[in-house]
Design a protein around this ligand. Structure first.
Ligand code: PRT
Ligand code: ZN
Length: 285
């Protein structure tokens, strides 16, 4: 087969973001009514729409070459697949929570207690390593109601804003791990699939760098340029163009999104003016 087969979530929290990531990589998909399969129009790719729980197994067996899914599912299913790339969406944490009125005394609180979860493998491994015996109650869905109905003393679940816990009278007491969507791959891909995966990864990284950076243009008196250059490292060094106004230049550079406001403050201090900030669509090094 001369295609790359990718498994993504059929419907759920990661579906739209997964399709968006493919779109940002310039991959156009013909029928997104998500029956089971779709073809990309301009890239040798077949898209399989599956439940996220099934993706690790499909990729392990090579029914799909690669997949997008939450890292939490990769850990839980413990299949023999390779985690190739973090995707930067679907961020969440996996935490232990207990009724808010209970006094938390540290991990020993859970010794001999019942914990409800949809992630028994991760949970048992964690307490196994700590040498603490707990009773794991595996349930699929609505884990947050387990303590209220008397099924368990605590829960282990995915948390993102924390509001589900609060609404159910729970408090988060331990965060065991952080998770985000990742790209996983079959362990022994064919030559063509490997090449196509490299192409896809190249595009994903260009997109991620773009999202993580801003293009910045400003004007400054020439005597400030050395200071400005030390504030703005850019991809190599900033581009400096003379302005029609004698003694002034325009400086162009790239700034990381998370350093952006600090950089702006520093630039103002050294008399930068007319600062323009623009999004970067893709960034290729
Ligand atoms: O049908 P299928 O099996 O494919 O979907 P699913 O129901 O198993 O998964 P889905 O769509 O709910 O989640 C898919 C993936 O999204 C998860 O495996 C995580 O990697 C990721 N993710 C990110 C989340 C959340 N954030 C999240 N908040 N998955 C679930 N939640 C739930 C959580 O279970 C809890 O019920 O949201 C609630 C908590 O949210 P807050 O904001 O109230 O804290
Ligand atoms: Zn699922």
């Amino acid at each position: 087969m001369n295609k790359l087969r990718i498994a993504i979530q059929k419907s759920g929290r990661l579906s739209e973001k997964s399709l968006e990531m493919l779109r940002e990589c310039g991959i156009k998909i013909s029928n997104t009514d998500r029956k089971l399969k779709a073809e990309a129009r301009n890239f040798p790719m077949e898209i399989l729409f599956l439940r996220d729980d099934d993706i690790p197994q499909y990729v392990e067996q090579g029914v799909a070459d690669i997949g997008f899914l939450g890292e939490n599912e990769v850990w839980e299913k413990a299949k023999d697949v390779e985690v190739v790339q973090k995707l930067g969406f679907g961020n969440c944490r996996l935490s232990l929570a207990i009724p808010k009125e209970d006094e938390y005394t540290g991990l020993n609180f859970f010794r001999g207690k019942k914990i409800a979860t949809s992630y028994p493998v991760i949970l048992e491994k964690y307490f196994g390593e700590k040498g603490i015996d707990v009773q794991v109650e595996t349930i699929n869905g609505s884990v947050e109601i387990a303590t209220g109905i008397g099924l368990a003393n605590g829960i282990f679940d995915i948390v993102s804003t924390g509001s589900t816990l609060i609404m159910n009278g729970l408090k988060e007491v331990e965060t065991l791990m952080k998770s985000e969507a990742v790209l996983i791959a079959h362990k022994s891909l064919g030559r063509v699939q490997k090449e196509l995966l490299d192409k896809l990864l190249f595009r994903i990284k260009a997109y991620q760098r773009g999202v993580g950076s801003k293009y910045i243009v400003l004007n400054a008196p020439n005597e400030s340029i050395p200071k400005i250059c030390s504030i703005l490292p850019g991809m190599k060094s900033p581009s400096i163009l003379p302005l029609a106004d004698e003694g002034w230049s325009s400086v162009h550079s790239v700034v990381k999104e998370d350093e952006f406001w600090d950089v702006i403050d520093a630039l103002k201090e050294v008399k930068a003016q007319g600062i323009l900030v623009m999004p970067i669509e893709k960034m290729i090094l």
